[in-house]
Design a protein around this ligand. Structure first.
Ligand code: ARG
Length: 458
C-alpha cells in the first residue's frame, strides 16, 4: 500500500495502533465471499477478463481453505485482514490478484464484511435464543402445577405457577429475538460499490454483487454506506438489552440456589467448587452471566462514543467499532448457550417452593377480593384483610391458620366474614381465579406455552 507514495516504514508503535489483524481475522471468510462476488461482477461487466475473475475466485477459495486449516498466518505488518487476503491471493495467482481491487476501496469492503458478519452472527444468536426458550418451555411444561410465591420488592406477594414465572423470561427473549431480527434486516444491504466515499467511475453492477452475497438490496448513499456503523449499534443495543434480561435470570438463579431460598439445584456441570470450603457448590456460571451484561453494555457505550462527532465519511476511528461489535455478539452467543444448558439441567425444589407459599400471608389479597365480591368497598375489604394479617403476625402463624371466628374478630366483627372465606384460602384456587389473558390460571398458562411454541416455529 505504501509503494509509490512513501519512503519509510510505519513506526512500530504506529503500526501496533493502526493494525487490526488481532481482531479482524474473524472477518476472513466474509472478506473472501465479498471479494468473490466483487470479482465475478467485474468479470460479468467486462471490467476484468473472465479468466482473471476465475483465477481470483479459485485463489480466494484457496486462501479461505488455508486459513480454515490453520495454515495461513496473518501478518500484522500488512495492517488488516483485507490486505492479508489480497497479499496471499497475489502470492498464489500472481498479477491477476492485483486486479481484484478495481472499482473498490477498503472502505466499502470493510463495511460489506461487517454487515455480512453482523447478519450471519445475529442469525446464530437468534437461533441460540430459540434453544434457550425451548429449554424454558420444557421446564414450564414439567412445572405447570408447581406453585411458588411471586415476589414484589423481593417480598412474598401472591402465589403463581412456576411455569408462569418461566414464561415471563420466554416473553423477554421473544422480544429480544424480534429486536435482533429487525436490526439484522436493516443491516442486510450491500455497501459494495460505494468506493472510498464517492462510488466509482467503472460501470459496475451493484445489484448483482448484492444478490450474490444474499443482501436484500444496496445502500442508498455512498458517504453514508462507508461512514456509518448504525447497524452495529442496533445489534449491540439489542445484545445489551438481551444481556440485561439474561442477567436478571442469572440473578434469580443465584438467589434461588442459595440455602436461604433453596428453590433450585443447579446442574453440577455448571457449578464450581471452593478451593477451601469442601461443602461449597458455587453458582459461578449464573454469576458470570450476570456480570457479562456489564461488559456488553460497555460495548454499546464504546460504539456510540466512537461514532459520535465523526465528520463524514470514513474515518479510521470506525475500525474501533469492530471489537465492541464482536465482543457483544460473541459474548451474548456464549451466555445464551450456557444459560440454555443451565436451565435444561436445573432441578426445581417443588417442596421448598410449596413451603414458602404457606408462610407469608400470601392469600391476604384473596380475603380482600372475597369481601369485595360480597359487597364491601375494596378499600374497606383491604383494611379488614390487613387487620387479619396483623393478627396472624402477632400470633406467629400464617393467616390461613386462623379460625373464622378469629378472623372476624380481628376485622372488628365484620359480618361478611363467615365459613365461605375458607374456600378462598387455597393457593391453587387463588391462582386459577386469575383467569385473564396473561394471567397465571392453569388454562391461561397452557395457552401461553402453546403460543410460545408456535412463536418459536413461526
Ligand atoms: N481495517 C480498516 C477498518 O476497519 C479497513 C478500512 C481501512 N480504510 C482506510 N481508509 N484506511 O476500518
Amino acid at each position: 500500500m505504501r509503494r509509490g507514495r512513501f519512503e519509510t516504514k510505519l513506526s512500530s508503535d504506529a503500526a501496533e495502533l493502526n493494525g487490526s489483524v488481532a481482531f479482524d481475522a474473524r472477518l476472513l471468510p466474509y472478506d473472501v465471499e465479498g471479494s468473490k462476488a466483487h470479482a465475478r461482477m467485474l468479470a460479468a461487466q467486462g471490467i476484468i477478463s473472465v479468466a482473471d475473475g476465475d483465477a481470483i475466485c479459485r485463489g480466494l477459495d484457496q486462501v479461505a481453505a488455508e486459513y480454515a486449516r490453520g495454515e495461513l498466518e496473518l501478518d500484522p505488518q500488512l495492517e488488516d485482514v483485507h490486505m492479508n487476503v489480497e497479499h496471499r491471493l497475489t502470492e498464489i495467482i500472481g498479477e491477476a490478484g492485483g486486479r481484484l481491487h478495481t472499482a473498490r476501496s477498503r472502505n466499502d469492503q470493510v463495511a460489506t464484511d461487517l454487515r455480512l458478519y453482523t447478519v450471519d452472527q445475529t442469525g446464530k444468536l437468534i437461533a441460540a435464543l430459540g434453544e434457550l426458550s425451548r429449554a424454558l418451555i420444557v421446564q414450564a411444561r414439567a412445572h405447570i402445577d408447581t406453585l411458588l410465591p411471586g415476589y414484589t420488592h423481593l417480598q412474598r406477594a401472591q402465589p403463581v405457577r412456576l411455569a408462569h414465572h418461566l414464561l415471563a423470561y420466554i416473553e423477554m427473549f421473544a422480544r429480544d429475538r424480534e429486536r435482533l431480527a429487525d436490526a439484522a434486516r436493516r443491516a442486510n444491504r450491500s455497501p459494495l460499490g460505494s468506493g472510498a466515499l464517492a462510488a466509482t467511475t467503472f460501470a459496475i453492477d451493484r445489484e448483482q454483487a448484492a444478490r450474490a452475497l444474499g443482501f436484500d438490496g444496496v445502500t442508498g448513499n455512498s458517504l453514508d454506506a462507508v461512514g456509518d456503523r448504525d447497524f452495529a449499534v442496533e445489534v449491540v443495543s439489542a445484545c445489551a438489552l438481551l444481556m440485561v434480561h439474561l442477567s436478571r435470570l442469572g440473578e434469580e438463579l443465584v438467589l434461588w440456589a442459595s440455602q436461604e431460598f433453596g428453590f433450585v439445584r443447579l446442574p453440577e456441570g455448571y457449578c464450581s467448587g471452593s478451593s477451601i470450603m469442601p461443602q461449597k457448590m458455587n453458582p459461578d456460571v449464573p454469576e458470570l452471566i450476570r456480570a457479562k451484561s456489564g461488559r456488553v453494555v460497555g460495548d454499546l457505550v464504546a460504539l456510540l462514543t466512537v461514532i459520535k462527532g465523526l465528520p463524514l465519511a470514513y474515518n479510521k476511528d470506525l475500525q474501533e467499532t469492530q471489537e465492541p461489535l464482536y465482543d457483544a455478539v460473541e459474548t451474548a452467543q456464549l451466555c445464551v448457550r450456557t444459560t440454555a444448558g443451565l436451565v435444561a439441567g436445573a432441578q426445581f425444589e417443588v417442596a421448598r417452593m410449596r413451603q414458602a407459599l404457606d408462610q407469608g400471608n400470601l392469600l391476604a389479597t384473596e380475603v380482600a377480593d372475597h369481601l369485595t365480591s360480597l359487597g364491601l368497598p375494596f378499600r374497606d375489604a383491604h383494611a379488614a384483610a390487613g387487620a387479619i394479617v396483623r393478627r396472624a403476625v402477632e400470633r406467629g402463624v400464617d393467616l390461613t391458620r386462623l379460625s373464622v371466628e378469629e378472623m372476624r374478630e380481628a376485622a372488628g366483627g365484620l359480618q361478611q366474614i363467615d365459613e365461605r372465606v375458607r374456600a378462598v384460602l387455597d393457593p391453587a384456587r387463588a391462582i386459577d381465579r386469575r383467569d385473564v389473558p396473561g394471567g397465571p390460571a392453569r388454562a391461561r398458562v397452557l395457552l401461553a406455552i402453546e403460543a410460545a411454541e408456535k412463536n418459536l416455529k413461526g
